[in-house]
Design a protein around this ligand. Sequence first.
Ligand SMILES: [Zn+2]
Length: 428
Amino acid sequence: MRIEITRVIDVPDELVGVNALEAIVREEGFALMRELFGTLWQRFQALHWRCPQCGSREVESAGEKTFDLLTAFGKVDLPRQRLECQQCGTIAKPLDDWLRALGEHRATWLVQELACLAGASWPFEAAETIVERVLLGPISHEQVRQVSTADGERVATQLATEAQAVLEAPVMDKGAEDPQGINVVVDGDWVRSRDNPEGMEGKVGVVDTGVAKVGKDRRKLVNRRYAVTFNGSDLLGKLVDAEASKLGVEQAQRLRLLGDGAAWEETIQAEHFPRAKRVLDLWHLERRIRRALQSVFASQPDELILQREKLRCWIRQGKAEETLAELRGFAERYREVPKELAKTIGYVERHRSAIINDEADLATGKHVGSGAVEKAGDLVINRRFKGRRGMRWWRKNADALATLRVLYLNGDWDQHWLQRRSYPPKAA
Ligand SMILES: [Zn+2]
């Protein structure tokens, strides 16, 4: 079909600069796009002037209803024709399947994608501002919240289903490139909750196939993939398992599980990675030891520095027993052992087998231990869910948004939206 569309635009003769010019062109351009959208909608509606049930063209108008749709160039009001079939009596609206394809929101996929990206990245108020600037139209932060959490929920369900499938039929043919084995990092971060006064824990897993040098001093993890859930370690175990499976975990020569020693890590290891070497995150271990030493040598700054340096070397060399003996020696000086010292002794005792000699890895730049755990939680959880005025979250919403963040971090975002936009919708 050929469309001719004309539009008369009044432009002030006195303009103050390119910004004013841009504003006019954008506003008028968007208005033109909305007009074209409406005109084409009417044309297509006319082309579908028949009964969807029996195919008869003997249909009569049975009124009109407006459907307000948010598009990439603002809101359009679409007249929806109701038709009554004279043959079979069916009442239907042409193009209804077009609108059904958008799901539960009155917004095109482009708008929904934008709302999801903004909602997963920034606080809802900021997300609202950004989406409004792009669309030149009103969208509320409540709409951003609804669209992004609905989509995140859908993705989370899909990932959980996939993970269950992987568990039942492990992927065996992947993993051609395996220079350094596979590292699995797990971490939990607490977020303020609306469901629970004690807060709730977002659990994060990261899988990678080692470390590569980028530039002189920077290193990055290779083939890094994230998993996240606010619904417990059982599910996280499955999700991480599925991501590890994509990287060929079944074939990996070397498999390591890094964490800060939380009890649920052991469960994940037992159920999903029984042959992994457990490694305690150096950053957490060092922090514990620093606190213990602080409680012992608070009044002896020189000694504190010496002891700190000594134990720092020991734990990097995997000298867990020596470290433990040293800490116990400090404890013997007291009738009542300082709390931080007692806690650290317990920590080292519990995790002594996970304190390994990292020096060889440190020397070759393959080391991923220190801070890797902390960084994972920071990226997926803390940056979006903590901060300003103590944000509080419903578990369902936090889980949905964290899932969207992971979708993006894993580089699966474009694929997901291509799939969602395709019409008729493809099966996932
Ligand atoms: Zn009919």
